[in-house]
Design a protein around this ligand. Structure first.
Ligand code: PNS
Length: 166
């Protein structure tokens, strides 16, 4: 059977972290191809523009061993409209702690209501990254703290650059 499985991995990616890359690696054990889909207008006000977020993901993937199986794209509006447009049947999301669960549960069920042919797959982030989020990375970096080793190098550089401009 010649069957290629693929999933959409949506998020704000403001910015991408090592936790996201870890989840991507795990996802690629299940899916042949993953599209990282960056929400143009996430619920939160982003630090990085959509162009910056896409560029940081592309730069961060340069050293990623499985990069040939990853696409990077942006989407505006409803995630399920985007998923339909690209013809995916799976959404990939990461879970860190119980605190993520309620929001993820709501989103997954709403998305299922919008299109019951698409399933949401949750994978647990590696223990090393269980406590990091884009939000906490920004908070620490913007207050002058070191985030080396928690985000890809291009992201660390860009955070320092943003900080210097403030
Ligand atoms: O990284 P995040 O901020 O947790 O990602 C949330 C995201 C972007 C996946 C979610 O807000 C989303 O899908 N936004 C697009 C608009 C949409 O479809 N909203 C309804 C989801 S139930």
């Amino acid at each position: 059977m010649n069957h290629c499985t693929f999933a959409v991995y949506p998020g704000s990616f403001d910015p991408i972290t090592n936790g996201h890359l870890d989840l991507l690696t795990r996802g690629l054990k299940l899916f042949d191809r993953i599209i990282i889909a960056v929400a143009v207008n996430p619920a939160k006000i982003p630090l990085f523009t959509i162009e910056e977020r896409l560029e940081l993901i592309r730069e961060s993937l340069k050293d990623f061993p499985l990069k040939e199986r990853v696409d990077v794209d942006a989407f505006d509006g409803l995630l399920m409209d985007y998923v339909k447009k690209v013809g995916a049947k799976a959404i990939l999301r990461g879970l860190r702690a119980v605190s993520d669960f309620e929001y993820e549960f709501q989103m997954a069920l709403m998305n299922r209501r919008l299109n019951s042919d698409v399933e949401t797959f949750f994978l647990m982030t590696g223990m090393r990254w269980i406590y990091i989020s884009s939000r906490i990375i920004k908070e620490v970096a913007m207050a002058g703290g070191c985030v080396k080793g928690l985000v890809p190098d291009p992201v660390e550089r860009k955070l320092i650059e943003k900080l210097a401009r403030r």
